[in-house]
Design a protein around this ligand. Structure first.
Ligand SMILES: [Zn+2]
Length: 80
């Protein structure tokens, strides 16, 4: 499941899974918070993460649109 971390400076770190999230968080820390480099462990970074599903569910929406398009095409075929 995709996760995100809202940093204290307002930057939002996203990741498709824990590994990606930690990698992105470490890159943001290196760019914006060099004083914290090496001070946050993987577990501490993951403890700050939230499920991305809570803010924006993109995948169910795109699946729904694909279903809608398929239905529309079938209806057109039936009308012809
Ligand atoms: Zn930050």
């Amino acid at each position: 499941m995709a996760k995100l971390i809202e940093c204290e400076d307002g930057f939002v770190v996203r990741g498709e899974d824990d590994d990606a999230l930690v990698a992105n968080a470490e890159r943001h820390i290196a760019e914006a918070h060099p004083d914290l480099v090496g001070k946050l462990s993987r577990d501490e970074i993951l403890a700050m993460a939230k499920d991305e599903l809570l803010s924006m569910a993109e995948e169910p929406d795109s699946n729904w649109q694909r279903t809608k398009v398929t239905r529309g095409a079938r209806r057109t075929t039936a009308a012809t």
